[in-house]
Design a binder for this molecule. Structure first.
Ligand SMILES: NC(=O)c1ccc[n+]([C@@H]2O[C@H](COP(=O)([O-])OP(=O)(O)OC[C@H]3O[C@@H](n4cnc5c(N)ncnc54)[C@H](O)[C@@H]3O)[C@@H](O)[C@H]2O)c1
Length: 308
């Protein structure tokens, strides 16, 4: 079961899981209506992860064995409604972990984020274990969530696995209100008006990843033997790091007359609090993570697909 299947990651993860396990064996669910990219590709259930009883009934009735929990409020949206972000990000996770424990589900996936890191964390090659003092409600909720995952694994044996995703770039479904959303909007504007007003400063470096790599990382983590998963909070995960200026230069190789203005807003403060690059050597050692896309191959693929 994929909860939050109509979102930016959910759509692509659901489609990838259906390819592997068969359409009927992967149930998509979301609070909002089924994303049109999922129409006709397999079963869909309308569901609020906050409604623990309904979720429990669905798990028993449909005999789910694994849950991918993607429903959350992201960094930028979370700062506008901190109470709701904390409530959904925490209670949604606790509902799933409790049901997993009671029903002895095989595996749970729950994503964390680079947003767990704060201004006191190292900016370059930020390690797996370091000072972690998040300053956004989103980051606080993700860090607390990581320890709940670890707790349910240590105490009750729930096989819950997690990745600290960097900013994810994709062309299929729209982003959900994160600080790295500029790196998606910029492609749409480059191909449309050929001009983009960027909400971050031009030299703001952030860790990023192309969606095909993120989906593959998620599935590889979930398919790895249990004994290989040594980090039970959440794994650092990395592919590339770039600034708005660098991605603009890369896009200009394909669209030479593209221009960008920089008008930073409140999201600049969030971006400044995060590391610029991530050390993911633990993921590489423990379960063989290897990224494929860099800035140039990702840009070429984004433009080709968005044009289509
Ligand atoms: N996209 C990124 O760059 C990124 C980076 C780091 C971590 N993450 C994490 O990955 C996960 C998925 O992110 P996303 O970008 O796909 O987010 P998104 O906002 O695009 O999708 C989340 C989905 O959850 C659904 N949802 C919200 N409340 C719900 C509820 N009560 N019950 C059921 N569904 C509900 C929404 O309708 C939405 O379709 C989140 O946990 C997010 O924190 C994402």
């Amino acid at each position: 079961m994929v909860i939050g299947a109509s979102g930016q990651i959910g759509v692509e993860l659901t489609l990838a899981l259906r390819k592997i396990y068969g359409p009927a064996n992967v149930i998509a669910s979301d609070l909002r209506e089924e994303n049109e990219l999922l129409h006709g590709t397999g079963p869909y259930v309308s569901l609020d992860v906050m409604n623990r009883e309904m979720l429990h009934v669905q798990v028993i009735r449909q005999g789910f064995t694994q849950i991918y929990l993607l429903a959350a409020i992201l960094s930028a949206t979370g700062e506008k409604n901190p109470g709701l972000a904390w409530h959904l990000n925490m209670q949604g996770l606790l509902n799933v972990l409790d049901i997993a424990r009671e029903e002895k589900l095989n595996k749970i996936y729950w994503p964390s984020s680079i947003a767990v890191f704060g201004p006191s964390s190292p900016k370059q090659n930020c390690p797996q274990q370091t000072i972690i003092e998040p300053i956004t409600v989103y980051g606080i909720s993700k860090y607390a969530g990581e320890f709940w995952c670890n707790y349910y694994y240590q105490k009750f044996g729930v096989d819950v696995r997690s990745l600290r995703y960097p900013g994810l770039i994709s062309y299929k479904s729209a982003p959900g209100g994160g600080t790295t959303d500029y790196a998606i909007e910029i492609f749409h504007e480059a191909l449309g008006d050929k001009h983009y007003d960027c909400f971050l400063e031009e030299n703001t470096y952030l860790p990023m990843m192309y969606m095909p790599d993120a989906i593959r990382a998620t599935i590889e983590l979930m398919e790895a033997p249990r004994e290989n998963i040594k980090t039970r909070t959440s794994y650092n995960l990395s592919a590339m790091s770039f600034s708005p200026r660098e991605i603009t230069e890369e896009i200009k190789k394909h669209i030479p007359d593209f221009t960008v203005d920089y008008n930073p807003d409140y999201r600049q403060g969030i971006a400044n609090s995060w590391p610029q690059s991530i050390d993911d050597s633990k993921a590489r050692e423990d379960w063989g993570w290897k990224h494929e896309y860099d800035l140039s191959s990702m840009t070429a693929d984004m433009i080709q697909n968005l044009k289509r």
